[in-house]
Design a protein around this ligand. Structure first.
Ligand SMILES: [Zn+2]
Length: 287
């Protein structure tokens, strides 16, 4: 087996993870799960429970999550607006269309791609079927060069083939466009501190990058990385409580439930900003 990012190696096998084991490429430093889960296994992971943990299935977390997402998306759009102001933007992995809504408020015309039946149907209801593709970026029907900006937040770590996904993005992007990526960073402080127990190591996260391996991936797909930073995310206690309920932790699950129970709801849903081991990157076409 060769590294699916750089095509070379050697590979070092690490901890068991989901359907296989975490592998680290000693050449480009990319990490990935091999063998990958089957389609049926992924479908199980991304079932209704998965979206429940993200508050997308409705319920009382919904408003807290929406406030938090809106604040986080504001940061991403600030970054994007350094490179492009307005035009067509494609959100890959658009879920129910929160980011699309935020982008429209900033003057972009928003489009989306979403693989989940449930979420894509919700986004289609908001934006119309012609603007939201139910599927993956490789098979989306938009014309070549249609987009000024493509956003990939929490996306690249989930796809089966990052090279194919980013190459498809290159085709859809104008030659003077920009891609904004947010993905876990294996060189981040939390990754270094937590080691093999890093919270981003999940069975559905098939790939893990750092600045070096993401730059290499970008180069192979016709891009140059022009910006890297630690990604800030808005958080609130209501969201943390939901996350720790979905991904139990012996100490933090009861602690977050206790704290959320003690605070008035206004404080529970008030946002604060954290870096959680992720990075933002901006790529621009090199050819
Ligand atoms: Zn490699």
């Amino acid at each position: 087996m060769n590294c699916p990012v750089c095509g070379s190696g050697p590979l070092k096998k690490g901890r068991p993870l989901g359907s296989g084991a975490l592998h680290a490429c000693q050449s480009c430093t990319a990490r990935f799960i091999s063998p990958q889960p089957t389609d049926a296994e992924l479908k199980d992971i991304y079932g209704e429970g998965y979206y429940g943990s993200w508050g997308l299935a409705g319920g009382r977390e919904h408003e807290a999550l929406k406030a938090m997402k809106t604040a986080t998306f504001g940061l991403r759009l600030d970054l994007i607006s350094r490179y492009r102001a307005g035009g067509n933007i494609l959100d890959v992995g658009c879920a129910t269309g929160f980011f699309m809504e935020a982008a429209e408020k900033r003057g972009f015309r928003a489009y989306g791609v979403e693989i989940s039946d449930y979420s894509s149907a919700a986004a289609r209801e908001k934006f119309g079927g012609e603007r939201v593709h139910h599927g993956v970026i490789e098979d989306c029907p938009f014309p070549d060069g249609h987009f000024d900006v493509i956003a990939m937040s929490d996306l690249l770590e989930h796809v089966r083939d990052p090279l194919r996904a980013l190459s498809a993005a290159r085709r859809l992007l104008r030659n003077d466009g920009a891609i904004m990526i947010m993905t876990p960073d294996t060189d981040s402080l939390t990754a270094r501190i937590m080691g093999r127990r890093w919270t981003h190591y999940k069975p559905e996260h098939l790939f893990y990058f750092n600045r070096r391996s993401l730059s290499l991936l970008a180069e192979k797909c016709g891009f140059e990385a022009v910006h890297f930073a630690a990604a800030k995310k808005a958080m609130n206690l209501e969201y943390l409580r939901t996350q720790f309920a979905a991904y139990p932790h012996p100490l933090l699950t009861p602690a977050s439930a206790l704290l959320a129970g003690m605070l008035p709801s206004g404080m529970r849903s008030g946002n604060f900003f954290l870096t959680m081991g992720e990075m933002t990157a901006v790529l621009r076409p090199s050819r």
